[in-house]
Design a protein around this ligand. Structure first.
Ligand code: SF4
Length: 284
């Protein structure tokens, strides 16, 4: 079983001190150690953005895809070996702008992967431009007169598209985030965790103090299997009105469980019956 020390890479973590990404990194590495995930059973895929650097800071089999494309890469990984725990790290720009189509269709297909969405409501890596999660009126170098668009609500969107596990946590609560990541991975189906991840350099609105003041825990009165109740909760946002916890969780057939060729055995364990050398040689 891996320890936290085993997960360290030689690369120094270079996120800005105080960035919410540190909480996500701690939460994930704690989850890896607690759950016994390692290179034999788990793969990490990330997109492009500050979040994507996580592949440099966690020593696990990983792949950093093109901007907006971590979900299709993760989808390919899962299709080839459905026994793997597959984790997608993505930012709000990466996931909801460049990768919006993949997010919707990943949810629709209910593939058994876990999407950890670093939501800082800006494009941090490229110095703070307005993102699909920036609030209306938000001023940045890309919208100096104020953002005219309504932000995308990732949990409402994923719920409408067919995701079967929806959670939200604040990056400053790494313990809750660890528990959420473990539960999302245990869930069989497309799981989305929206992590409220303050970008302390560029987003002066959604700060650590803002989230500490305005989040509240969903309690036992919330029925996680009630789609309409979940939808209503995903639409709540504002002063003292940002719910965190599990919004929705239901069991539905996963994509992999419905494909006859892989429903009982991962693709990599099925012998190739045809000689493919001729085909491969075409591409050499
Ligand atoms: Fe974090 Fe923002 Fe710095 Fe990126 S720019 S590392 S999101 S604080």
């Amino acid at each position: 079983m891996l320890t936290k020390k085993d997960l360290k890479t030689p690369i120094e973590i270079n996120w800005c001190p105080g960035c919410g990404n540190f909480g996500i990194h701690k939460a994930f590495t704690d989850a890896v150690v607690q759950s016994g995930w390692d290179n034999t059973n788990s793969v990490v895929v990330a997109g492009i953005g500050c979040h994507g650097h996580i592949v440099n800071f966690v020593k696990l089999t990983s792949f950093e895809g093109l901007h907006g494309r971590p979900i299709p890469v993760a989808s390919g990984v899962k299709m080839s070996n459905s026994r793997l725990n597959v984790f997608v790290f993505t930012g709000d720009g990466d996931c909801l702008a460049e990768g919006g189509n993949h997010f919707v269709n990943g949810a629709r297909r209910n593939q058994d992967i876990t999407v950890i969405l670093h939501d800082n409501a800006v494009y941090g890596l490229t110095t703070g431009q307005t993102s699909p999660r920036s609030p209306q009126g938000y001023k940045s170098k890309s919208t100096p007169a104020g953002n005219i668009d309504e932000p995308i609500n990732p949990l409402s969107l994923a719920l409408a598209a067919g995701a079967t596990f929806l959670g939200r946590v604040y990056a400053g609560n790494a313990k809750a985030a660890t528990e959420m990541i473990i539960k999302a991975n245990e869930h069989r189906g497309f799981s989305v965790i929206q992590v409220l991840q303050p970008c302390i350099i560029f987003n002066k609105q959604y700060t650590h103090a803002y989230y500490r003041e305005n989040i509240y825990e969903l309690d036992d009165n919330h029925d996680k299997t009630d789609k309409q109740a979940a939808f209503a909760k995903t639409l709540e946002w504002g002063l003292k009105k940002i719910p965190v916890g599990i919004f929705y969780q239901v069991e539905e057939p996963t994509c992999e469980s419905q494909i006859p060729q892989i429903k009982n055995k991962p693709l990599i364990e099925i012998p190739v019956k045809r000689n493919l050398n001729k085909l491969f040689n075409k591409f050499i």
